[in-house]
Write a protein that binds this ligand. Structure first.
Ligand SMILES: [Zn+2]
Length: 229
């Protein structure tokens, strides 16, 4: 939900399914998940947009002029002219149509203080960027310790035995299956192992893309951080 078009597509989905949008939950601090928020809140003025206090703090960076400028350069004319922030929500759960949604605090994954949502009544995890689905992962900012934490988060989610896992990023059409938890873990383990060899970036990139020939988002900055950021 970064661009105007993406937010409008969500708006269209809500209208098509005749839903009243009450709560927008933002899982983590990366702006590709919330710069388009204003479009939805204009359309549903009664809705609240929430995130955890930790993610709220981490996302302040996305509202600095430098980061906003970078985003507008990357996506010219596609980001709403005025950005809007969320509210910090201190609870561990909230409800939707009477069902409980649990906030899973995940710590450092592809961003600090990241979270996922778990809906026990239907065995659903909306993972945010803790799970990727056949899509190269944003590991450029991770440390060895962060990757270990991330792997422990994945083990914790697998232990919940979910029937459906919605990843923050996925190859179009890929099923929202729980095997994505293990695939994400394996990708992190592969990246960690190759990173430890201290191979040059180009070699690391080539080896990762050879391991994952069918995964999308084949972009080197995901592995090595964003130039200029
Ligand atoms: Zn993301």
């Amino acid at each position: 939900m970064m661009t105007v078009a993406e937010a409008e597509a969500l708006d269209d989905w809500v209208a098509l399914h005749n839903r009243n949008l009450e709560t927008i939950y933002i899982t983590h601090a990366h702006f590709d998940h919330f710069y388009g928020l204003r479009i939805l809140l204009d359309r549903f003025p009664g809705a609240r947009a929430i995130t955890t206090p930790g993610a709220m703090k981490a996302m302040q960076m996305s509202f600095t002029p430098a980061v906003e400028r970078l985003a507008r350069q990357m996506f010219p004319g596609q980001i709403p002219t005025k950005l809007i922030a969320h509210e910090a929500y201190g609870g561990d759960t909230f409800t939707l149509e009477g069902y409980e949604l649990q906030i899973l605090q995940q710590g450092s994954t592809d961003s600090p203080d990241s979270t996922s949502l778990y809906v026990p009544s239907i065995g659903l995890i909306v993972a945010g960027d803790v799970v990727y689905n056949q899509c190269h992962m944003c590991v450029g900012d991770t440390t060895p310790e962060g990757r270990q934490n991330w792997i422990a988060d994945l083990d914790g989610m697998a232990a919940l035995n979910p029937s459906m896992v919605v990843a923050g990023h996925k190859k179009p059409g890929a099923p929202d299956s729980a095997v994505t938890i293990q695939e994400t873990k394996r990708y992190l383990e592969n990246f960690d192992r190759l990173k430890k060899t201290e191979a040059p970036d180009q070699e690391l990139f080539d080896r990762m893309t050879t391991l994952y020939p069918r995964w999308v988002a084949n972009q080197s900055w995901l592995m090595f951080g964003f130039p200029g950021a």
